[in-house]
Ligand binder design. Structure first.
Ligand code: ADP
Length: 483
């Protein structure tokens, strides 16, 4: 079976979050199941610099108003179509925002072009390869199911759309509709029309053959207004076609036994080397060496991630003999709050602003616990890395965090299956209680060790998730009617 994945970021080429990890790992996990997955992604400048040799597959003299070329390349075990269009993707900032953090004003065109090119591949533009299924990710691929549905040639390739975060919807003024090269009929309730605007995710969710999201709990949560962010009604109508599949992790990239970014490697049986990594962290973050727990945060600094709760808890963490280290960037107000907490507690609270993949590995390998007080979390990956590395996850009970962590309650501790701490409600009171539990458990070394070891034994691989995607694809191929 052949599947085309459509993604706006793909690890190790470009990454702003979990979507890249998934897009980079799923093709490798599907290969042993007999599924050949190729990925189409934008040819951002940094991506073109990294990939090396490419082959030209097709020329688009006018792809929604811009010249573009479709390239093919292989990189890190991935088979990639790169959409090369300097007008669209040669920018100084990140994949979606400029250097000041503002969305590019032509994002509608940049990702419509990606969807359009993906559809051309489905419709046979590459004589050597055409997919049986097209699998798009997030709003950036939201138009794929629509372009497929309205393709003049048939039969139309089945489509899957995965929601990694329903908060990002790709909503644009209705004025852009005429430039999308969709028939007028597509601007309707059962197409892209969304409260008088154009909604890429909305249109995709309306027309994809199947919808997935990245955990079973999040699949239920997005039926509620609190989590569905305006799309809960539509999700409810499509519930028969919705499934939640938890992400796995790339266990070569994230393997404490072989990780080249850590000071000392270790495994689940022998975690003594974690102390060496802890010492390396103390040095890197200029912490005063101590005996209390080091809590870490590796995250976008946003309200979603509950970073305000971490800032609020910093004083108490230090008062109880703990330390806090943070890697991330984001909301300027939260960055300032973090900076102030570090200034109040030199040697005990420290931050590295920015994005640092190697340091994120060292933190998982050397910190005692990772704090993830997210208010909503479709799946979350950092708690999975924490499990694999024995960095005990302390998480809000929501979405994928609830599906992947076993709370250290009395029964779970007695059965030695606890892998972390979950808390609810997700507010400063709930988080404070969770931290106090963490301090108590940490003081009882054998208990803490047993949590770390159970965590490291958790199955966080892609295997079972990949087979769930494989069965979904098979179901779609056997389906005759287009919705
Ligand atoms: P989201 O996709 O919502 O940001 P996830 O937990 O699903 O959250 O994925 C975040 C990914 O980005 C993880 O791989 C995490 O290690 C990584 N990450 C987040 N912030 C940083 C950072 N500042 N430096 C390095 N890696 C980071």
């Amino acid at each position: 079976m052949k599947v085309l994945s459509v993604a706006s970021e793909v690890f190790p080429l470009i990454k702003t979050g979990g979507l890249a990890d998934v897009a980079g790992a799923l093709p490798l996990a599907l290969a042993p199941l007999g599924i050949s997955m190729r990925t189409i992604m934008p040819g951002y400048t940094s991506v073109l610099e990294k990939i090396g040799a490419t082959k030209v597959v097709a020329d688009f003299p006018d792809l929604l108003g811009k010249p573009a070329r479709l390239l093919y390349a292989e990189h890190a075990g991935l088979e990639l179509y790169i959409l090369d269009s300097p007008d669209l993707y040669d920018r100084d900032g990140g994949p979606y925002v400029d250097l000041e953090g503002k969305d590019y004003i032509d994002n509608w065109q940049r990702f419509a072009a990606l969807a359009k090119a993906a559809t051309s591949i489905a419709n046979g533009i590459d004589a050597n390869w055409a997919p049986d299924i097209v699998h798009g990710h997030d709003w950036q691929a939201g138009l794929v199911p629509l372009y497929l549905k309205y393709s003049e040639v048939g039969p139309h390739t089945p489509s899957v759309l995965t929601i990694h975060n329903i908060a990002f919807q790709g909503q644009f003024s209705s004025q852009i509709f005429s430039a999308l090269d969709l028939p007028a009929a597509a601007y309707a309730v059962d197409g892209v029309e969304y409260y008088g605007d154009v909604g890429y995710l909305k249109g995709g969710l309306r027309t994809a053959w199947a919808i997935t999201t990245v955990s079973p709990t999040y699949a239920e949560e997005i039926l509620e207004p609190q989590f569905g962010m305006g799309l809960e009604g539509l999700i409810g109508e499509r519930i028969q076609d919705l499934v939640g599949i938890v992400n796995g992790i790339d266990d070569d990239v994230w393997n404490p036994e072989t990780d080249r970014h850590v000071a000392a490697t270790y495994n689940g049986v022998n975690i003594a080397n974690r102390a060496t990594n802890r010492a390396a962290l103390e040095k890197r973050f200029e912490l005063t060496p101590g005996k209390g727990p080091i809590f870490c945060v590796v995250s976008r600094l946003t309200w979603q991630k509950g970073i305000d709760l971490v800032i609020e808890a910093a004083d108490e963490i230090v008062a109880n003999g703990g330390q806090l280290i943070v890697l991330g960037s984001g909301d300027p107000v939260l960055e300032a709050g973090m900076r102030a907490a570090a200034a109040r507690h030199p040697g005990n609270v420290a931050i590295v602003f920015g994005y640092d993949e190697p340091l994120s590995h060292l933190m998982q390998a050397g910190a005692d616990a990772i704090l993830i007080p997210s208010r909503f979390e479709p799946c979350g990956l950092t708690q999975l890395y924490g499990l694999r590395y024995g960095c005990v996850p302390i998480v809000g009970r929501t979405g994928g965090l609830s599906d992947t962590i076993i709370d250290a309650n009395g029964a779970a501790l007695a059965a030695r299956v606890a892998t972390g701490i979950q808390f609810s409600p997700i507010d400063s009171h709930g988080f404070g209680q969770a931290l106090r539990r963490a301090f108590r458990l940490f003081e009882d070394r054998p208990v803490w060790d047993s949590i770390q070891k159970a965590a490291m034994k958790s199955d966080v691989s892609w295997q079972s998730s990949a087979s769930q995607y494989a069965s979904l694809y098979k179901t779609l191929l056997n389906r005759v009617a287009v919705p």
